[in-house]
Design a protein around this ligand. Structure first.
Ligand code: CO8
Length: 372
């Protein structure tokens, strides 16, 4: 068995940002327009009027203040309410490949590794832009990487499940280096016309480079242990898929976009994640009190505060559990990797931390690391 280390990470951040106030103004304009168009049905009690959203609610309920997106104009157009990403010819890079390559290039540069030295690429994300060929194979070609590549989807836990998959192959000796890439264009599968969730997601791409650790002489995080778990739930669900055209009346069906029962998710996922982390740490022989940092999935600030307290047995000290969701919102699988990438360079050799993601499935994945 070989040792494994994370030697580089990279984050692609879109140039366009939407503040809560901009988002709420667009939503409220849309709601007013919809209510006017449906005034008779509302008066007859056939449909409910759409209520306004509010920035105060969004911050209080989630901790989110901004989100980055690939196309702001389409999202904020009250007559459209979703991004416009024009189709690209097949001989040009797709959207996911393009942003994935950006993040991967940064991760490779951070580690001082050439793309040709990489022998596995996993594109691990909540949605894939097309059915096939795999986005990962396109990224492999664009980067000039060797070996093989494939896509995998475990929703918000895709990054940590990808890290375990790659780490297992490095441990077993079948590969030496892997890039786990998480291009998340969440704006394309968020229902921006639903006030219960319109504020939740943003776009981003992250990449994590893992290498066989044979006395690697560079800054690294040793991967001490990985653990994944799943438990079926319908509380976060999206029914869009290739059977779509086999079914009638598909136009504008709500379940073709992200749906969740947020309250239930909150209640059910918290104990699942806390127990998962604590038993993983115990199995690894790391005391929770010895963790310098928790890089948690970025869905909800209250949720992270609760998990941090439950795992560490105390209110986490400042910087012990960094959140990035105020700037990025929920970016699905990429969230914990952004937190890790932007808040890990200050750790000293010997410091330990834990990356953890959780979400649809349900799924939860954790990675115990040590700075070296
Ligand atoms: N403005 C004003 N009021 C609002 C708004 C709004 N925008 N939205 C809802 N309200 C109202 C509600 O109608 C409700 O009113 P009432 O009490 O009269 O019924 C009241 O505010 C409270 O609403 P909620 O109970 O819904 O509010 P919560 O405090 O529960 O907060 C959250 C809602 C923020 C959604 C919260 O429940 C939460 O964060 N839950 C956990 C979510 C989570 O972790 N999900 C998993 C992450 S997703 C994932 O795993 C990836 C899936 C795949 C990727 C998909 C990418 C698109």
């Amino acid at each position: 068995m070989h040792n494994v280390a994370i030697t580089g990470t990279g984050v692609f951040t879109p140039s366009q940002v939407i503040t809560n106030d901009e988002l709420v103004a667009a939503f409220n304009a849309y709601a007013d327009r919809w209510n006017a168009e449906n005034a008779d049905a509302i008066a007859a009690g056939e449909v409910e009027a759409k209520q306004h959203s509010s920035s105060e609610f969004i911050v209080a309920a989630s901790g989110i203040e901004n989100r980055y997106v690939l196309d702001k104009e389409g999202v904020l157009d009250p007559s459209r309410m979703h991004p416009r990403l024009d189709p690209r010819p097949d001989d040009q890079p797709g959207y996911m490949a393009e942003i994935g390559v950006d993040a991967a290039t940064k991760a490779l540069a951070a580690a001082g590794v050439e793309a040709s030295e990489v022998d596995l690429i996993l594109c691990a994300a909540s949605n894939m832009e097309r059915a096939y060929p795999a986005i990962a194979v396109e990224i492999q070609a664009l980067l000039g990487a060797g070996g093989f590549a494939y896509d995998m989807n475990v929703a918000c836990s895709s990054a940590t499940f990808g890290i375990q998959t790659a780490a297992d192959m490095i441990r077993a000796g079948s590969i030496r280096r892997a890039l786990v890439i998480n291009p998340e264009i969440c704006s394309a599968h968020l229902e921006w016309r639903d006030r219960d969730c319109h504020f939740i997601f943003g776009d981003v791409a992250t990449a994590t480079l893992l290498e066989r650790d044979e006395d690697l002489d560079k800054p690294k995080f040793k991967v001490l242990s990985t653990r994944c778990a799943t438990q079926f739930s319908n509380n976060i669900r999206n029914n869009n898929g290739y059977l779509r055209r086999t079914q009638d009346q598909m136009e504008d069906r709500r379940d073709m976009q992200f749906m969740q029962n947020g309250r239930k998710v909150f209640k059910e996922v918290l104990p699942l994640v806390s127990k998962h982390i604590l038993s993983h740490l115990q199995e690894t022989g790391v005391a929770a009190g010895d963790l310098r940092r928790l890089w948690l999935h970025q869905a909800n600030k209250t949720m992270n505060d609760y998990i941090g307290k439950k795992v560490l047995g105390r209110t986490p000290a400042p910087h012990a559990q960094p959140n990035i969701l105020q700037d990025y919102a929920n970016t699905s699988s990429a969230g914990s990797i952004i937190a890790f990438s932007q808040n890990s360079s200050d750790l000293a050799p010997g410091d330990k931390g834990l990356i953890c993601s959780f979400g649809a499935g349900y799924s939860v994945g954790s990675v115990v690391v040590e700075r070296a």
